[in-house]
Design a protein around this ligand. Structure first.
Ligand code: GAP
Length: 440
């Protein structure tokens, strides 16, 4: 494919996804009424449901269903010594240059090595400048050096600082993991990538503690687990690929990193990271805090376990899911979302909004189903329009209450992808959808 066509395809799909997100209440620009704030977004009612679904599925898969992983919820603001020990104060550095012509800023370490001019307009770039993307803040009333700390740029560190607490409370045996979901903050300077790179975002991270000799084995296991989870959410395997980090690209704590990349409209970019962090963090926190963060089996000497870290971005998952689900068909726009992540699982319609008995029955069915599934109710416009509205937001099943319902207690259930309808007894609906959800 020639490069102009590729750029068009990339921008078109992104523009379409952005427009749908705004129009239907998935994602809005941040601080919009004040002209916005670069690289910030707010999630609307439908986007919020998807975020919740992603996080909940991740937690079920990697924490609730596993005996070897412990979940925590650590602070966003930590003692600044944490960031000195972790190396972030000194080594968490972005290299940026600005285009003299279009004034877009670029993160040079994220561009191919041979790029010498602005990738957007071809203009000349300013000299490279280094900066630390951590957000500084102050604790207490005095805004001096002693009061300085940072909003966390990764969730990982509260896991390391709680290492001894988990050992003391749960006595886990190696290998074991500590997991966390939460916000992280980075002063990102590259613009225009929608929710791909934002000032605040959510991470889902696991620090998996192992014996040093086993690192490759667990690295490979996590590689498979990450891939399988992405696929289970409805991301297509054709959209994914692994990319190994070059030596000079590795984060300061990592001996080996591979990114799972997603094809965002013709351009592969990082979706998740998998890093072998060695014993870097536990060793450094022990040195800086004076507390030994070691693992010890009875009668044996203690040692620093090594760490394999799968790190997932919630917001990039959201974007990848929307990219792969977006389908413009001849007569309709349909989001073919996996029911696990769709904002609503079911929509209930009375055939006619002015027939009291149909509305009453539909409200009753809505009330019953919404106890178990996130369910929408729509009585506005004709049925065709209501189907289209639900297709656009990815609702997998629509129920219509019609005159036959009043006679024999059955409704039609319409499938989003095949558009086929079948009649189902009201008494069977709950089981019908439980089965359909389990099969998806
Ligand atoms: N603890 C390791 C770590 O933080 P990272 O590759 O810098 O590694 C992990 O970040 C994941 O967090 C990324 O793969 C991405 O999904 C997400 N992420 C990082 N920066 C982001 C940003 N500015 N906006 C949205 N997501 C981001």
């Amino acid at each position: 494919m020639d490069s102009a066509k590729k750029t068009d395809e990339k921008e078109n799909l992104l523009a379409k996804v952005v427009s749908l997100c705004k129009r239907r209440g998935f994602v809005y620009p941040g601080s919009e009424i004040y002209g916005g704030l670069a690289n910030t977004f707010d999630y609307g009612p439908l986007g919020t449901e998807i975020l919740r679904n992603i996080k909940s599925d991740w937690w079920t898969t990697f924490v609730s269903k596993r005996q070897d992983i412990y979940g925590i919820d650590g602070g966003i603001i930590l003692n600044r010594k944490v960031w000195e020990a972790s190396g972030h104060t000194e080594s968490f550095i972005d290299v940026l240059a600005e285009c003299k012509k279009c004034h877009l800023r670029h993160q040079l370490d994220k561009l191919p090595k041979d790029v010498k001019t602005c990738p957007d307009c071809g203009g000349e770039l300013t000299k490279a400048r280094k900066f630390n993307p951590m957000f500084k803040t102050f604790v207490g009333p005095l805004q001096n050096e002693d009061a300085t700390t940072y909003l966390r740029p990764e969730t990982a560190q509260a896991i390391f600082t709680n290492f001894n607490n988990i050992l003391n409370s749960f006595s886990p045996k190696l290998p074991f993991g500590i997991a966390q979901i939460g916000k992280a903050f980075r002063n990102e300077i590259t613009l225009g990538k929608f929710i791909f790179r934002t000032l605040e975002f959510e991470q889902m991270e696991i620090e998996y503690f192992i014996q040093e000799k086993d690192w490759q084995k667990y690295f490979d296991r996590w590689k498979k687990a990450i891939w399988d989870w992405a696929i289970s959410l409805g991301i297509k395997k054709e959209s994914l690929r692994w990319r190994n980090h070059e030596k000079e690209e590795l984060a300061h704590y990592s001996k080996k990193t591979e990114d799972l990349e997603f094809n965002f409209g013709g351009e592969y970019r990082e979706l998740y990271g998998l890093a072998y962090r060695t014993d870097f963090d536990l060793r450094n926190h022990s040195r800086f805090s004076g507390k030994k963060l070691v693992y010890r089996e009875e009668g044996k000497t203690g040692f620093y376990p090594h760490v394999v870290e799968p790190s997932f971005g919630v917001n990039r998952t959201f974007l990848a899911i929307l990219y792969d689900a977006y389908n413009q068909e001849k007569d309709r726009l349909v989001l073919k979302l996996n029911p696990k992540v769709s904002p609503y699982k079911i929509a209930v319609f009375p055939l006619l909004a002015n027939k009291e008995n149909l509305v009453k029955k539909a409200v009753q069915i809505y009330g019953e189903l919404s106890r178990e599934f996130t369910t929408a109710f729509d009585g506005i416009g004709n049925i065709g329009k209501r189907y289209r509205r639900q297709d656009e937001i990815g609702t997998p099943w629509c129920i219509t209450v019609d005159f036959q319902t009043i006679e024999n207690e059955t409704v039609t259930v319409r499938d989003r992808d095949t558009m086929k309808q079948e009649r189902v007894a009201i008494s069977r609906l709950e089981n019908y959808f439980k089965k359909a959800m389990a099969a998806s």
